[in-house]
Design a protein around this ligand. Structure first.
Ligand code: SIN
Length: 326
């Protein structure tokens, strides 16, 4: 049997970064092109036929709708290309979870789509990029990786897009999942799934547009005054995510401002600034017109709200159902 055919979409990040020294802390992300990266990967003799495409070469703090649209177009084409068995996206770790979740919401689940990064640049001692990439290849070559949505592979773990977040600024064990920590364990030669695919043959949930609705995140802190809400509002603001304290809480005067916004038709989603920040509905949400983010982090709650508003879903009950789903 011939080796699986993979499309590798490169966007930059530390996995393509260079420090100019094996031990220096400072480095530049997005320095190595996809041809050079695949040349290095070739030395691993992985059992896959790989075609590379450079989509961008940036630090992922600059990731956004224009590159998301390019990635989405490439992935959609790969879904129907008989000569492609799976897609890997190399990505900076800082916003990998947002790209993963956005694609998770906007792609069908028929073929594996795997995002991978690194915490150490390519010329650093202990570079983790090639190990993570070999693991990503192992996952993307497995037909059982389809039907699980977009996956993120780091430090020998496979995470589902909806669950995963970067939890540490340093060290190779930088990612965690919540509420599911990970959905599988992987090495370059072994892959163990914790359960069967849960989204087999699912169509894309939302269409992706290049311009996304304006949805700011309001970060709540002690001593916050209600004027912060107005400071975030722009004429085009179409929704707001509250990065609340505890279980999505906020000072009463801030809440009063947000209740007025919700009444004017701007959906307000309550999320938490905590790492494991499950936010359930509370009785006052009905009267306030608020939505509970459940287990989604504020950046992911923002992505989901953008998709909903862009598809014309703005009533709180329908938005809540989308946040309740998996
Ligand atoms: C980035 O996100 O591009 C820089 C950080 C990293 O990739 O680890």
């Amino acid at each position: 049997m011939s080796a699986p055919k993979l499309l590798i979409l490169a966007t930059g990040g530390t996995i393509a970064g260079m420090a100019g020294s094996a031990t220096r802390h400072e480095y530049l992300p997005g320095q190595i092109g996809i041809a050079e990266f695949l040349g290095q990967a070739e030395t691993l003799a992985l059992n896959a036929q790989m075609t590379g495409k450079q989509i961008a070469n940036i630090g992922s703090e600059d990731m956004g709708p224009v590159i998301w649209a390019k990635l989405h177009r490439e992935c959609m084409a790969a879904m129907t290309d008989p000569d492609c068995d799976g897609v890997i996206i190399t990505h900076g770790t800082d916003t990998a979870e947002e790209t993963a979740f956005l694609l998770d919401l906007t792609l069908p689940t028929s073929k594996p789509v795997v995002i991978v990064g690194a915490m150490r640049p390519a010329d650093a001692v202990g570079y983790d990029g090639l190990r993570n990439f070999a693991n990503a290849v192992r996952v993307a070559c497995d037909p059982a990786a389809a039907g699980r949505g977009v996956l993120l592979v780091m430090s020998d773990r496979v995470h589902a897009a909806r669950d995963v977040r970067k939890a540490r600024t340093r060290g190779t064990e930088a990612f965690q999942g919540f509420p599911r920590d990970s959905v599988g364990l992987v090495t370059p030669s072994a892959l163990e799934w914790f359960g069967a695919p849960w989204r087999s043959d699912e169509a894309a949930r939302y269409a992706l547009t290049e311009t996304l609705p304006d949805v700011p995140i309001l970060f709540i802190h002690a001593g916050m005054t209600p004027d912060y809400v107005a400071r975030l509002l722009a004429p085009k603001t179409a929704g707001m995510v509250v990065c609340g304290v505890g279980e999505g809480n906020m000072p009463n005067p801030v809440r009063a401002e947000l209740v007025k916004l919700a009444a004017s038709g701007i959906p307000i989603v309550r999320a938490s600034r905590l790492d494991e920040g499950l936010v359930d509905r509370e009785p006052e949400d009905d009267a306030n017109g608020f939505i509970a983010a459940r287990a989604l982090t504020p950046p992911k709650a923002r992505v989901l709200l953008q998709m909903l508003v862009a598809s014309g879903v703005t009533d709180p009950a329908s938005i809540q159902s989308a946040f309740d789903g998996r």
